[in-house]
Design a protein. Structure first.
Length: 642
């Protein structure tokens, strides 16, 4: 690995990723579309970003697992000493979510959808649903745990010339939405809490960052073929598990958009590779886990006259400055980890998350090349703590407790550098890098739920769901291409909830495929830009529109306008139709349009006809087909020439 040179993102090849042993897997989270939540009967999908009726304060504490052990993540979250504030709205939250009453039985509609997706994944459905509790001490769930259940195991999806294997799929309740996280206070909105969610976990079989994104897109589109998934911001989220040879599994949480995945996973591979090189450098300096040496002390009085503003302000507010001495670490906090990112960020992130020192910068170090303390102040601090030219010192400031916690975390993270890559959950950042979020959870966080009994999944239930499975989107796409659906519509149509509507229109009602596809996909997109609510769209509405079209009551160019009128009035009877233009009226409009433009001199007579057609359609759009209007204009000019 030491001979390998990490290239820029655009220059990395498949062979390069094979050289470093790149592996990645996915955890896809997708809200399912149900009226009610998973373990209560509150409505799902009702969101309110501003209004709330009450606030509840909670403090989270870890509990022992069934084996009498604490989960490392829970212990880390406990160190943060957060005040967790829940903002609740009476319309979307009940006493179950606040852990004041037992859960209801699992939502059967949500369970059916999860089983359907399991069958689409070629997985083995479980015979019994066993609810488990998964501990979450970050406050995202007021109970401190998430109820979850495995619904299927195994399975696979096709990808290129191979299969990507599925480990398992679960159904679980969604968490709260984080509104803010500053210092020791974290605020959550509870409207999303309890929404049914499926989680699909793949094996780490993706070999390049691009493959991760492509497989994610396949899975996203596959679950959407059911027509039973929520869409919109936050309805689908993905976590990516990344490792390289010699590294460890790192989970990048909350990737907001699939196109970000390649750069995120590239940077994580680079980070692990650089951390392994950093470990080797430390070992070459004689610093191992056993020989690592560090200490910290308070140096506030030494810096009372500093001009470095963050520390000057902190001391003025009565806060303390702690100095951490890292023996033998000279220059290593400037060690590159990710793109334009250095090891000092690894330390700063730990301090920000665990010590809750969220105002940046929250540390400063003697390896820094930017203007911080004066050289005289650095020398004074180094002398006070006994630092040599081979050492690095790091300053952290805050109240007595937080600065103490921060200093300890700096030492912990520096010591981990002697081992290699610590197991962490990391947060996806919009620049394609990632930052520390928490210690990677272990199996200790899971334990059986004693409030809910096992739920049998009967064979007749499985057969009923299997008999109504949707077609795979890749099979739909092949058919669409053969019948003339425009290429730019095929992908959207293949996962639309109106795919079956399209099939009936084409096969049973003999509607031209191109026209049906445009009406189902492109027209709603255009109307959404004008803030029309698309919830009123239904199979019945499309059938009614095309029945009017087939009977001659609605011209082709009138379908869009009729659809717009239906969304305006929430009706789809004949009142949404414009009167079809008569032949006499059309010919009259053609004569009037021609007289208006006859003074214009054009080299090509065909252009004059196009100009007249445009004038006519501006007046009669929605009442006459463009082809009919074009024919009438052509006939008019032929007569005029005679």
């Amino acid at each position: 690995m030491s001979k390998f040179k990490f290239k820029p993102f655009d220059e990395m090849t498949i062979d390069d990723y094979a050289e470093i042993g790149f592996m990645a897997g996915l955890e896809i989270h997708q809200q399912v579309f149900t009226e009610k939540k998973l373990f209560c009967r509150c409505p799902a999908g009702k969101y309110n970003n501003h209004e709330y009726h009450a606030e509840i304060l909670r403090h989270m504490r870890p509990t022992l697992s069934e084996l009498g052990e604490y989960d490392g993540t829970a212990l880390m979250e406990f160190k943060t000493k957060k005040d967790i504030i829940y903002r609740i709205h009476y319309d979307t939250v009940c006493t179950y979510e606040m852990d004041d009453t037992p859960p209801f039985e699992i939502n059967e509609q949500a369970l059916d959808i999860a089983l359907e997706v399991g069958l689409l994944l070629n997985a083995n459905l479980v015979d019994e649903i066993h609810i488990a509790r998964k501990q979450y001490l970050d406050g995202s769930i007021p109970t401190g745990f998430q109820r979850t259940a495995i619904t299927s195991v195994g399975g696979h999806i096709p990808y290129k010339d191979r299969k990507i294997n599925i480990i398992q799929m679960s159904i679980e309740e969604d968490s709260c939405r984080e509104q803010s996280d500053v210092g020791h206070r974290r605020v959550y909105l509870t409207d999303r809490l309890g929404t049914p969610l499926i989680e699909i976990v793949t094996h780490p079989e993706m070999k390049t960052p691009q493959e991760v994104a492509e497989v994610n897109e396949i899975l996203r589109r596959l679950v959407r073929t059911t027509g039973k998934m929520r869409t919109g911001i936050g309805a689908a989220r993905q976590d990516v598990n990344v490792s390289i040879k010699g590294g460890t599994r790192i989970e990048i949480k909350g990737v907001p958009r699939i196109p970000l995945i390649p750069l995120l996973t590239y940077n994580e591979a680079m980070r692990q590779w650089n951390l392994l090189r950093l470990r080797d450098e430390l070992h070459a300096r004689g610093i191992s886990e056993d020989t690592f040496s560090a200490s910290y002390s308070e140096v506030t009085k030494l810096l009372t006259k500093t001009r470095y503003q963050p520390i000057h302000t902190a001391i003025g507010e009565g806060k303390q400055v702690k100095c951490v001495l890292l023996r033998g670490f000279k220059g290593l906090l400037r060690w590159q980890t990710q793109t334009d990112t250095y090891f000092s960020r690894e330390i700063s992130d730990r301090v920000r998350v665990i010590a809750c020192l969220t105002t940046l910068p929250n540390i400063v170090h003697s390896d820094s090349t930017s203007e911080t303390l004066s050289s005289h102040e650095w020398q004074k601090v180094k002398k006070n703590v006994g630092a040599t030219d081979n050492d690095t010192v790091v300053l952290v400031w805050g109240n007595a407790v937080d600065s103490d916690t921060g200093a300890k975390e700096i030492i912990i993270r520096a010591k981990e550098a002697t081992i290699g890559v610590p197991s962490e959950t990391r947060q996806a950042l919009y620049d394609g890098t990632n930052g520390f979020e928490r210690i990677l959870p272990g199996p200790e966080r899971m334990y059986p739920d004693t409030d809910l009994p096992p739920r049998c999944v009967a064979e007749d239930r499985k057969l009923r769901i299997k008999s109504n499975l949707p077609e795979y989107f890749w099979d739909r796409e092949k058919w669409y291409a053969t019948i003339g659906v425009p290429a730019d519509i095929i992908k959207d149509l293949a996962i639309s909830k109106f795919t079956n509507t399209f099939k009936i229109l084409v096969k049973e009602k003999n509607i031209e495929p191109k026209l049906a596809a445009i009406a189902i996909i492109n027209y709603p997109k255009r109307l959404k830009k004008f803030d029309y609510e698309l919830d009123f769209l239904s199979e019945e509405l499309f059938f009614a529109l095309f029945d009017y079209y087939s009977s001659g009551l609605l011209p082709k160019d009138g379908i869009y306008h009729a659809l717009e009128k239906a969304l305006e009035t929430y009706k789809f009877d004949k009142s949404i139709l414009l009167d079809v233009c008569t032949e006499a009226e059309l010919n009259c409009e053609v004569r009037q349009a021609a007289s208006k433009v006859e003074h214009i001199k054009l080299r090509n007579s065909q252009n004059m006809q196009k100009l007249v057609v445009g004038q006519v359609m501006n007046k009669l759009r929605g009442r006459v087909d463009g082809r009919v209007a074009s024919k009438a204009v052509s006939n008019y000019f032929e007569k005029e020439q005679k």
